[in-house]
Design a binder for this molecule. Structure first.
Ligand code: ATP
Ligand code: MG
Length: 440
């Protein structure tokens, strides 16, 4: 065989039919929780002006500095494929004057995102994220709610070994000073940092705390901590957030070196990690925090806000790996429709459609011509009845119903088939119920 010519680009992947059940399960959980907390769905475009991200996430971050898919449109716009969801949601909030609505405006999203990263387990160049954003409220109860919702998603999917890590990284009042003392500490140990972090020293020293390199981890262990240098308002905000988390009985721990990579974060930051056997690259399932400065960065007025985003492929990867339950598959059909001959085949397509509109699941095998092989398929899938639609049946407008257990056969007029099968299914269901009752 010749080599396959076309394959997905590096880091891109197909979400195959067998994975759809996981995707759907995760989406269902997200949507259910969002609805319950009255978050409304928003969809922003996949393509945005590059500045939506460069002006907010920051030019010195990995996402903007290295990972963004940027291009010039034919009209000359500087565009990009969105690498994350918070900045576009805020762009939309500002563009549509949502500050005129009752605050906070609570929104959620789900869809594909793009980052030109080095592919590895749980890390793709096109992946799916969901997110919750509550915009226009500075009260720390919102931080608690966002963390609770994020935790709920994973809990509801059956994750057991998850932990919430929280920290506060201060705001424009206290962070500059912290940055200064952190920089001077790191500078004194510059030679012990990895090459990337040596470069980060100048423009993004906080990001060094986030570095996964062993060398940098060691330096980090002695670094000053953000929480020791919070201003009065950040300190009191953080204290209240922790009180909410206590009240909600959420399993959190303080991680004084958690910073998260993006410039727009202020005050609360958090990540939900899986504590089981995976390495760092798969660890963080959901991350978020407060971003009170973002609206200003995008040219709007000061607007406090808080949100979170989670990676669907990462959640799905762990669910598959651990063979976690995803609920029942689609209802297995009890009825198999077998056909023989051209006329029957044509007519059985119509009959199949009638079953669909009556919402009765039916299996078929229109591509098979031999009755024997169709009966084998029916047997294999455990169908209770087979509807045989042969040449004689098609001409005389009836169908032969075969009970697979007893082997009994009977003829039913074509225009009565759907009705009769509906009745049979009902009896089957009631019978099962009676059995259950008599058992208990
Ligand atoms: P990491 O530190 O793992 O690179 P991040 O801080 O870049 O994560 P966020 O921007 O917070 O990630 O995105 C939120 C979530 O989206 C992550 O916790 C993760 O589950 C998922 N995610 C991020 N990047 C990728 C990727 N390249 N492929 C798949 N999922 C991703
Ligand atoms: Mg990243």
């Amino acid at each position: 065989m010749s080599k396959i010519k076309f394959q997905t680009l590096t880091g891109m992947h197909d979400v195959l039919p067998e994975d759809q059940i996981y995707f759907k399960r995760i989406q269902k959980s997200i949507e259910g929780i969002a609805n319950y907390y009255t978050f409304q769905k928003i969809e922003t475009p996949i393509v945005e002006m590059a500045d939506v991200f460069t002006k907010s996430i920051g030019e010195e971050t990995d996402i903007v500095g290295k990972e963004m898919y940027v291009f010039k449109t034919k009209g000359g716009d500087n565009a990009c494929l969105r690498p994350e969801g918070t900045a576009p949601v805020m762009r939309s909030y500002l563009e549509h004057g949502m500050h005129n609505l009752p605050q906070p405006v609570k929104l959620w999203y789900e869809g594909p995102f793009f980052r030109y990263e080095r592919p590895q387990a749980g890390r793709y160049r096109q992946f799916h994220q969901f997110g919750f954003e509550a915009i226009g409220e500075k009260n720390p109860s919102i931080d608690g709610q966002i963390i609770q919702m994020s935790y709920d998603v994973l809990k509801e999917l059956g994750f057991k070994n998850i932990k919430i890590q929280v920290n506060s990284i201060g705001d424009s009042e206290c962070r500059p000073y912290f940055r200064k003392i952190l920089t001077s500490y790191l500078r004194s140990r510059k030679s012990s940092l990895c090459a990337d972090c040596q470069k980060r020293l100048k423009d993004n020293p906080l990001r060094i705390l986030d570095c996964k390199e062993e060398k940098c981890q060691q330096v980090k262990a002695g670094a000053p901590q953000t929480i020791d240098h919070l201003c009065e308002s950040c300190h009191s905000h953080f204290k209240q957030v922790l009180e909410f988390l206590d009240e909600l009985e959420l399993p959190y721990e303080l991680n004084p070196y958690l910073v998260r990579g993006l410039d727009y974060y202020t005050k609360t930051v958090f990540e939900i990690v899986d504590m089981s056997d995976f390495g760092q690259s798969q660890g963080t399932l959901i991350g978020g925090g407060r971003y009170d400065g973002l609206a200003r960065m995008l040219g709007g007025r000061d607007t406090p806000a808080c949100g979170a985003a989670g990676g669907i492929e990462r959640i799905m990867g762990l669910m598959k790996e651990r063979e976690m339950k995803v609920g029942s598959k689609q209802e297995e059909p009890q009825i198999f429709l077998a056909q023989l001959g051209q006329l029957a085949k044509r007519k059985s397509l119509k009959l199949f459609e009638e079953f669909r509109s009556a919402k009765i699941p039916v299996a078929e095998s229109f591509t098979k011509d031999s009755l024997k092989s169709q009966m084998r398929s029916a047997d294999k899938m455990g169908a209770k009845w087979v509807l045989i639609f042969g040449q004689k049946e098609a001409l005389e407008e009836f169908i032969t119903l075969r009970d697979m257990e007893s082997g009994e056969q009977k003829e039913i007029k074509l225009d009565k088939v759907v009705e009769e099968m509906k009745e049979k299914l009902k009896q089957l269901k009631d019978g099962k119920k009676d059995k259950k009752l008599s058992k208990s």
